[in-house]
Ligand binder design. Structure first.
Ligand code: ATP
Length: 199
């Protein structure tokens, strides 16, 4: 089993940016957001279970999940959200772990936005790496990237685990309040650490 790090952080904290920097240094990145999307793509591996649980009207003509319809349902129905997550989360985790086990990089980084929330990830990674960001910086970056109003960004952040909880669960922290050069320097330092302790 390769040495594995779980990378997490709030919305727009810089996870993808950091993951790219580790990839450039030879780590294998397993992105659970990409896996989640493929699960509900046309003929995706979660689609039979979704159709069985929610009905054929939750698949569109291509065989993909009707995202707008599902979003509407889970927004108003917490039980439905739990049932959808019970289908998706174990499948995403198992597909991610299979990809990680087959990795050929120096070590594996699992990018898991909900790592702290989901719990089952903690036992499967040697270290948890959190990307931390001042709230004002985080809000400004997400507003610019997604063209969203501040209130909506704050609402998304409020639904995520708190910064304090995330930092308490992390073994390593990358602070992303400044520029790309400051980020590169921190990634470089952690990459050296991970190469050293991976056995
Ligand atoms: P999400 O949670 O939405 O998947 P993320 O945590 O992967 O986001 P990124 O997409 O890496 O975050 O970064 C969010 C935005 O902020 C992007 O537009 C990115 O280019 C920008 N960004 C990240 N870090 C920096 C930085 N140090 N300086 C300037 N811009 C940055």
């Amino acid at each position: 089993v390769p040495f594995a790090v779980g990378l997490t952080g709030g919305i727009g904290s810089g996870k993808s940016t950091v993951a790219d920097m580790f990839a450039a240094r030879g780590a294998t990145i397993v992105d659970t957001d990409l896996i989640a999307h493929s699960m509900t793509a046309p003929q995706g591996p979660a689609m039979p279970a979704i159709v069985a649980e929610f009905g054929a009207e939750f698949a569109d003509a291509s065989g993909a999940m009707d995202r707008a319809r599902m979003r509407e349902l889970v927004f108003s129905d917490a039980g439905a959200k739990t049932r959808l997550e019970a289908i998706l989360h174990p499948r995403i985790r198992d597909a991610a772990l299979a990809a990680g086990a087959a990795a050929t990089g120096a070590y594996v980084i699992y990018a898991v936005p909900l790592l702290i929330e989901s719990g089952t990830w903690r036992a499967r990674v040697a270290r948890v790496l959190a990307v931390d960001c001042e709230e004002q910086v985080q809000i400004a970056r997400v507003m610019a990237r997604n063209n969203l109003p501040e209130a909506q960004v704050r609402a998304i952040m409020a639904a995520q685990v708190s910064r304090t909880q995330r930092l308490a669960a992390a073994d390593d922290v990358i602070v992303n309040n400044a520029g790309i050069a400051e980020l590169e320097a921190q990634v470089e330092r952690l990459h050296a650490l991970y190469l050293q302790i991976r056995w």
